[in-house]
Write a protein that binds this ligand. Structure first.
Ligand code: FAD
Length: 293
């Protein structure tokens, strides 16, 4: 397998494919981890360019993340991109962790600020925003750096424009690709892309797609992020509220249509699936889009 930097993956004409997974919580027996690896075997058949692994607040799941990173690279032989957050963390600890992950032959990292953990007693302010982390990584490693973008604005930003101004700081610091927060409304995204152009932000975009798996998951997500739900999606979610099979089927169709329109728009360089550690919906969408041919 060849290890590829973000600029190589996202510069080709071919639509890049990536998945986000998270280290399973409360997994004393390792059962959830084994299940995750089986799901990844299914997703592997679509030839993803990379798999990204989330990072727990304050590094809470570091060891498990490292096991997963190693599995993806050495066993599945797929490029892996760890997420990394800097909030409340000492510069020295960040430098040490970066050294540690570089041992795993990774080429790429998603640099994030993160959210302040609620149960923390001391919060170091060595890094206040993600642009400072991007700068630190670019100055101290050879890693390619991705950053987060919010098509409807970050939840704490006063408005979309100020959030994009802050995104620009991450790009100027060396952010090479934008991975977006989940977004269900292509019109909002197209507006966002126009705004990015106003700020002269022209780096490739990997669009975050979230196939909804259940009504409960939808409700939880709505309480955490600033995302609008188009009427068509909302109507379907309420219609199939009590049947998770029907909700999954509806969401697969909705996301397939959304992804196809994004591909046709030629405004994105990659599809990034928030898999929630499950292969079923993501693979059905990729089948519909013809990724298995
Ligand atoms: P920043 O870019 O620093 O932005 C945070 C806020 O501060 C924004 O409102 C922004 O407008 C403002 N801001 C930014 N820079 C400045 C500046 N220089 N001066 C003033 N204001 C500024 N969280 C996790 O804990 N683990 C994960 O693995 C994880 N993965 C994610 C993956 C993706 C693709 C996305 C979109 C989010 C992810 N998150 C993750 C959530 C993320 O950590 C939170 O959304 C966090 O609140 C913001 O992180 P950021 O890197 O976007 O922060």
């Amino acid at each position: 397998m060849t290890l590829e930097n973000l600029d190589k993956i996202y510069s080709s004409d071919k639509m890049a494919l990536s998945y986000e997974i998270f280290p399973p919580k409360d997994d004393d027996t390792g059962e959830k981890l084994n299940k995750l690896y089986l799901e990844l075997e299914i997703l592997k058949q679509y030839n993803p360019n990379l798999i990204s692994v989330t990072y727990g607040a304050g590094g809470s799941n570091r060891n498990l993340s490292l096991d997963i990173i190693s599995y993806i690279y050495y066993e599945l032989k797929i490029n892996v991109m760890p997420h990394f957050t800097c909030i409340c963390t000492k510069k020295e600890d960040i430098a040490n962790y970066l050294k540690e992950i570089e041992k795993y032959n990774i080429k790429n990292i998603l640099a994030l600020r993160g959210d302040e953990p609620q149960d923390i007693t001391v919060c170091y302010r060595d890094f206040r925003y993600a642009n400072e982390l991007v700068d630190f990584i670019k100055s101290n490693t050879d890693l390619s750096v991705a950053v987060a973008g919010y098509p409807e604005g970050h939840i704490l930003a006063p408005d979309l424009e100020s959030d994009i101004k802050n995104l620009k700081k991450k790009i100027l610091a060396g952010g090479e690709v934008i991975f977006t927060q989940m977004c269900f409304d292509n019109d909002k995204f197209f507006y966002y892309v126009d705004k990015l152009k106003d700020f002269d932000i022209n780096v490739p975009i990997a669009f975050g797609l979230l196939p909804i798996l259940s009504f409960k998951q939808f409700e939880k997500m709505m309480s955490m992020a600033k995302v609008s739900i188009p009427k068509k999606l909302l109507d379907g979610l309420y219609k199939y509220k009590d049947n998770s099979d029907d909700i999954k089927k509806f969401s697969i169709d909705y996301t397939t249509e959304q992804a196809q329109a994004l591909i046709d728009s030629k405004l994105i360089s990659g599809l990034h699936f928030y898999t929630l550690n499950k292969a079923y919906s993501t693979s059905a969408i990729l089948d519909n889009l013809g990724f298995n041919n």
